[in-house]
Ligand binder design. Sequence first.
Ligand code: ASP
Ligand code: MG
Length: 842
Amino acid sequence: MTQTQLNVEQSNATSFDAVTENHLAKHAIQVHKFGGSSLASSQCINRVLEIIKSHCQINDIIVVSANGDTTDHLFSLYQLAQEQLQASLEEQDPRPLEAAVAALSKQQQALITELLNANNAKQLIHSLAADIEQLKAWLTGDLSAHHNNILAFGELWSARLLSALLNEKLCPSNSIDARDFLVIDNEVDCLVDTATSAAQLRQHRQFGKLAVITGYISKDERGHTCTLGRNGSDYSATIVASLVDARNVTLWTDVDGIYSADPRIVPSARKLHRLPNGVAKELGRLGNPVLHAKTLLPLINPLTEHHTHLHVASSFDAQVAGTEIGKFGQIAKQELSVTYLNDLLLAHSESFIGEAANKVRAEFAPICVDDKQGFVVITQAQQKALSQWLASHDTEVKFNPVSIIATVGHKVAERGDIKARFKRSLRSVKPLHLVNSDNSHSVIAILSEPCTPEILNNVHHDMTKDARHIGLVVAGLGNIGQRFLELLPSQLAKVEALENTHLVGLLSSKKALINNDGIDVNQALSLFEQDSQGYDNQQLLSWLSHHPYDELIVVDITPSEDFSLLYEQFFQQGIHVIGANKWAASSSTAHYNNLIQQAERHHSIWLGNTTVGAGLPINFAIDDLRHSGDEINQIAGIFSGTLSWLFETYDGSTSFSSLMLDALQQGITEPDPREDLSGRDVQRKLLILARKAGFELSLDDIDCQNLVPEHLQALDTQAFLARADELDEFFADQLARANADNACIRYVARLQATPQDDSANGLKLTAKVSLEVLAKTDAFANLTPCDNIFQISSRWYQDNPLIIRGPGAGRDVTAGGLHSDLVNICQQLASKQNQVKIKGIN
Ligand code: ASP
Ligand code: MG
């Protein structure tokens, strides 16, 4: 098997920039770490194989935890062995220990035989047997000297198995025991001997082989095995990343990201798509179950300022975009979360006042310190040491059991509004104190009672209820698109439903400007001019599938059928679409029905009020009647602003063709007026409304009268315009006949649903768009030129139809209609909740 079988193009990039950058720097290393639960069974490991196949390059690095709960198992073996040693002779019973070792060995054997072919399995089982003998010897020999060696087996086996499986199924691979390169002199202060470790790692990586490295373990300067603490493999992964200057580390785990509160306790927790480094660290410090305090330390290289980004993603649902931790701009800095810790102690002492507090900070890194009032909050485990330390300073200390609940976010302690909201959310809890963390990334409330799920849920609700982030991508920067953007700043400023909506993408047919940190709406177009880059649909979809917002809305103001073909993929990714573009809504029945189904399945909202009648609320009104239980049986009207103008103005005093050329000059017609005269646009609009009203039909079911005679249809535009006077006779004739009856001519769309005689067949539909002769008193005969009129008859509006009338085209009304759809979507999204996917944490 060769390198090309790994997906060399794809990365776990989450930004458009990263996608393009990766094309340039194909060999930027990524580290992928798989947690214990991701490797717990052969089924899980096969999933991991798929992830590696689609996300890794051959020069990436894999770091693994022990399979499932192997480390727990090894700990309990050690415990049992210790009890044996301490037991008196007659109490000794070797059987439980032997049975536990046998069970562990069996578990490993099962994984090996389920995953590997017979030959490879045989080799691994052979090595396993040797390890088990060694394990037994240590357990019954010089036990305490081998504590860490015993624990190391978990990761050793896990790496060996995954590497063998990769060799067999996917690509050349070698497993590396981290004790062969990683030197950590002081585990507590995380003093990695970087130079030695990096050099030794280089020696162990083999060109053209995917390295699988054991997490959790390392060696000290004497070469003895150390561990990095429970769940330390995450930390191993970030250390390895720093040794090779990796661009990204992905922690593949069993939750699909970091949430605004522990989702096991707070069902309405929101995924935090992007977390600034400092905030993530603060979350880890204050009890986040996924982020361990040390994991984030190696991510910034203080010398080179190189930022490695960390991703948290679920190996059980690899398609779902997780959380990215790194360096970001303003939008990500607004994220808020709530976290808590129980079983803590509040300690009051004079030694915590003023300058003196710095000593306790350095010595104990308390959860919080108030150096004015003189108190700190520590864990129960720190009590003894703190008491002794204070006794040596000759000061008294008083301890009280407490818990904390904190709101965490970029510099929240400096944001008055957030602090006030936090205080309000705690009204009924009556905290003892509110303290700002030293780094200002959290405000911590100290509670005299344990923090219950109820408190956590209530506070979380108050702090984050309107904290969704909505990304907005505008496609099509023509006349209407530009107007939409001009209106955007004031809309964002004044419409409450648009709070936290950010313009993040601008697309023309060839160029794109995507900025995950938001595009300044006040200079959107000039930024587009300056910074946009060429793109293709593949790049666009790749960026969209990793967008870092709670919701993403694409506003399609293009006239492009090609762009409308992307809707299906948008919907599949849960992206919402507002379209002025008529193509999708008037596409073939099968295509249209599929779009509706996809949107429903993925909870995408699709609004297109401006596809017909510009900003007039016609699509909206039909939708509303239908969903309120009414039954529509007739839709009629004048749907084309151009044809409305032409026939309202045409009175025979000037020829039809000169009127038409005049309209062309004024921009009332399409550049080729035959587009309007053909009736196709009206036909599409009637189809869109008919579908909205619940009828299933296709374009062909609507008769369409083309006002351009056949002999003028095939000409190019210039030739047609030169021969436009050939239209005149027909229209003069139509007008004269109408005038004779004191009537007029109008281009009208009509859809009529009549019950069939044989009622089993349901309704009979007739639909057509054509030139009609109307009485001069007809509702359709007296419009302001350019206006549209829509007339709806239904069960509720039977004798006297519902009429909507007004400008059916124009820059302001169309852009305004798009804004109305945008507000509508944002209002609907305010009440939407996303499902959290958890398998168990780690
Ligand atoms: N296997 C070790 C543990 O369970 C390390 C890890 O999973 O990260 O603690
Ligand atoms: Mg674990």
